[in-house]
Design a protein around this ligand. Structure first.
Ligand SMILES: [Zn+2]
Length: 68
């Protein structure tokens, strides 16, 4: 999963994060990536927070999709 945008030739920072599904609370091991420039910036932190708040695991995402 990528936070923010990564240009084709930009260096990437890979990091691990514990993410919880907002629907069922399941812990999902998160291997995330961001561009080196973006990583650690205020914008990055904000986007990461939003990402965590909206995250759904694969199962819940499927459920959501079939419902609508
Ligand atoms: Zn879930």
């Amino acid at each position: 999963m990528i936070i923010g945008k990564i240009g084709k030739d930009e260096k990437r920072v890979k990091f691990e994060l514990e993410i919880f599904c907002n629907q069922c609370g399941k812990k999902v091991p998160g291997g995330l990536q961001a561009s080196e420039k973006y990583y650690g910036t205020e914008k990055f932190k904000k986007e990461l927070e939003e990402f965590k708040q909206n995250y759904l695991c694969g199962v819940c995402r499927d459920k959501k999709r079939t419902k609508s």
